[in-house]
Design a protein. Sequence first.
Length: 238
Amino acid sequence: MPFSETDISLLRSNALLQGLPEQEWIEAALRNPENQLCLNAGTVVVAAGKFFPGLHLVAHGTVEMIAGTPEGGEKIIEFAKAGGMFSEETLFSGQPIRYTARTITSATILRLPEATLNDWVAHSPEFSRRLIGLLSARTDYMQKDMVTFCTKNASARLVCYLVCQFNQAPRTADGSLSLNITVPRNKLASRLGVSDSHLSRAFKELEEQGLIVKQRNGIFIPDVQALSKYVCPAGCDW
C-alpha cells in the first residue's frame, strides 16, 4: 500500500527534512514505493548483522531496537517513535547494524538507501549540515544514556527517560506534563536496564510522593521541576 498524503506530510516534518527547500529529488524519494514500508506489529524491519541497512524515518508507530543476550534473551536498547529515526549510526561506515529493529505497533516507515543519502549530501550542503547535526546530537544522547545507566537507580532512570534528555516531550506553561506511554511496561523496564519489579516500585515511589499521577493512557506530572529535583537535588545533570 503506498503512503498516504498524511504519511508524506509527517515525513516532511521529520527533524532531518523539516524546513529544507523543496527539492524534486527529496520528493521523489518520499514517494518511491521501494522506500515505503507499511508494517504490522511484530515485524522485523531490519535484522542485526545487515550491511548498508540505510536510514529509517518513522512516520507513525513505534519500533523497538533489540540486542541478543548471552543467555539467548533480548535486551531493548532504544525505541523509535513517530518523528524519530534509526540505523543512522551505520551510515557511511561500512559496518553492519548491531541490533534488530522490530515494530511494536503497526508502523509506516521510510527507508532511505545509503546511495540515496550520498546523492543528497552531494546535492545539498544544507542537508549535509542537518544530517551531521542530528548524528552529533545522537552521539551526545548516547553518552548521557551511558552515564545514567552507570550512576542512577531505577527511579532516577525512569525520571530521566520521562522528562529529561530521552523523551524531550513538550512542557506546558504551568510546568506540568502529560505523557502517553506507548510501550508495554516490561519493554520499558528492559530499555531502562531494570527488572519489571524495580520499575513497578519506581512508579509506585513517584506516585506516593505525588510527583506523578496515573492516567488511562499514561501519566500526568503536576510539576516537572519538582520531579527532576527529586532525583537530581542540585539540578538536572544535563
